[in-house]
Every structure is written in structure tokens, then in C-alpha cells.
Write a protein that binds this ligand. Structure first.
Ligand SMILES: [Zn+2]
Length: 303
């Protein structure tokens, strides 16, 4: 009770302090941002997402129009605020034994989780866009999201991600201090700084200890893995699909989600999305997922 209030007050104070720090600090570092995370150039928005608005999730008991699919999710509110979407079906119970075992002594590189259910995992990188309406969207849908943050992109407003984290649906992971897309080949000392430095910043700002490293652009080498290990991280998380402005970029010609796929998207806003908002991009992502009959689970319960 009081703890929550204190936390809120603290966040408010930090916000007040930080908003005077200005937003220009990260801009200079973003010359390479347009291609950050290496998922290909965004295409201008084309045709609207096909698919069946509000279609029930096949293979589940979800029944849009009746009971909420996820405990506490307001199905009517979802339909009103996010046209074409329904609540996600409840995620299956997490496995008793994680399909991927991670260890800091030998970090594993993974891009999907071996499983059979129609479940995918959503990961959101970087942090340049800080859309308050996205926090509301997270509260509305109540699905787990994993965010990998780079200090250079969040330091102008740490408080935004604190508010996001406080929703209870967010796992915070490590995406380096300065987002170098050329991690492979950087000296070991620099790679270690990028990872261990971000561990320290995330611990200081949010009280978290990430165990998953998302290499910028998905670029890594043996030194990166060794540095992650030395920094106490247990795995390097890549991805199978990358969300663009409208369309999903698949790595296979089938252009379909598969059980256990990890999806990459980014905190992006109008400046990166040709005028589109983060929320609109996420609506399209959610439509892609729902149209294929999938729901979303927490990757930290599986790795
Ligand atoms: Zn990135």
C-alpha cells in the first residue's frame, strides 16, 4: 500500500528531474538507428493487414463476445480502443521444466523456443519512442512482453520505462549501453563494458538483473558470448520474425508464425514509422498474431 505510493512518488520525482535533462542527448547516437537491429529497412505502409478482425483464436476456448479471454481483460474495451482486435487467449501454463536451460558459464544463443502450442513471444527493443498510450495498451491487453533496452536510447527518460515496468507485464533485458551494431570485432573490453555497464544501469534504474542479452542488430561473435558470460548473462536472444510498420518480416518463405517463435519489434514512433504511432504498429502486430490463431506467453518462463 504505502510502498506502492512511495514508488509512485519516487517515479514522479524522477520524472520531474529527468524531464529537464532534455531529449537531445540520444539523437546524435542515432545516426545508424534507421537500420538498428538489422531487420531490414521499413517499408512504407502498404495495404491494411488482411486477416479477420476479431476472429476467435483457433484451437482455444477463446470466445470474443462473451467472457474475457484473459482474467481481467475487458473485451468490449479492447474492441472499442483497438479496432479489429480481441483479447488474447490465456497463455498455457508454463512448463515445469524450461525447454531451454541457460547458464552464465556457457550462454546459449536462441531464436525460438521448442514447443508445440500456438504460442509466440513478443520482444521490444531499443527505447527511442516513449508513447504514453502504449503503457495503457499494455495494461489493457495484459500480455507479457520482454523489452531489451539500450541506455543511449532511454537515458533521456528512464521514468517512462519505470512506468511500463510497473504494469507488471514487462520483463527488462539487456541491449547494451550505446547500441553498437558492430559488436563483433570490438575489443573484448569494449564489449564487456557495453553489457556489464548496461547491467549496472538497469539495476540502478529499475532494480532488475537481466539474464538475457539481445545483441544490437543480432550481431555477435565469440567475444560477445564470453563478455555476456562475464557480465553474468545466461543467453543471447535472437528472433524469428521482425515487425515492420505494417507487415511482419519472416525468415522463411512460408510466411507463417510457428509455435515458440520469438518476434522482434521496436519502440518506434512517428519519426521512425513514417508518421505511424507505436500503438498502431502494435495493433498490426497483434492482428498478425491473432489472425494466425496464436497467443502470447512470457519467454522468461520458457528459457
Ligand atoms: Zn536494437
Amino acid at each position: 500500500m504505502d510502498i506502492a505510493k512511495i514508488a509512485t512518488d519516487t517515479a514522479t520525482q524522477r520524472w520531474s528531474r529527468r524531464r529537464f535533462m532534455g531529449g537531445a542527448v540520444s539523437v546524435a547516437a542515432l545516426g545508424s538507428f534507421a537500420t538498428a537491429c538489422g531487420s531490414g529497412a521499413d517499408q512504407p505502409a502498404s495495404a491494411p493487414t488482411p486477416g479477420a478482425p476479431g476472429a476467435p483464436l483457433s484451437g482455444t476456448s477463446a470466445s470474443p463476445g462473451s467472457a474475457p479471454a484473459t482474467s481481467g481483460v475487458d473485451a468490449d474495451l479492447i474492441r472499442q480502443r483497438y479496432e479489429g482486435l480481441a483479447p488474447f487467449a490465456p497463455a498455457p501454463a508454463p512448463p515445469a521444466v524450461k525447454p531451454i536451460t541457460l547458464s552464465a558459464s556457457d550462454p546459449t544463443v536462441f531464436s525460438h523456443v521448442p514447443m508445440t502450442g500456438k504460442v509466440v513471444f513478443i520482444t521490444i527493443d531499443d527505447g527511442i519512442e516513449k508513447d504514453p498510450q502504449f503503457i495503457q495498451m499494455v495494461k489493457d491487453f495484459q500480455i507479457p512482453l520482454t523489452i531489451s533496452l539500450a541506455d543511449v536510447l532511454i537515458r533521456d527518460d528512464y521514468a517512462y520505462f519505470e512506468k511500463l515496468y510497473e504494469t507488471g507485464y514487462i520483463s527488462i533485458q539487456n541491449h547494451t549501453v550505446t547500441h553498437p551494431l558492430d559488436m563483433p570485432g570490438l575489443p573484448a573490453s569494449r564489449q564487456l563494458y557495453e553489457i556489464s555497464g548496461q547491467q549496472e544501469k538497469l539495476r540502478k534504474e529499475y532494480g532488475v538483473t537481466p539474464y538475457i542479452f539481445r545483441p544490437p542488430g543480432g550481431n555477435y561473435d565469440a567475444t560477445t558470448i564470453a563478455s555476456a558470460s562475464e557480465a553474468g548473462l545466461k543467453g543471447l536472444m535472437l528472433w524469428k520474425e521482425a515487425m515492420q510498420i505494417t507487415d511482419m518480416e519472416y525468415q522463411t518463405s512460408a510466411h507463417r508464425l510457428k509455435p515458440g517463435d520469438i518476434i522482434l519489434c521496436h519502440f518506434r514512433g512517428p519519426a521512425q514509422l513514417h508518421g505511424e504511432t507505436m500503438v498502431h504498429m502494435m495493433i498490426r502486430l497483434y492482428k498478425h498474431i491473432q489472425a494466425q490463431g496464436f497467443t502470447v506467453a512470457d519467454v522468461t518462463k520458457y528459457v
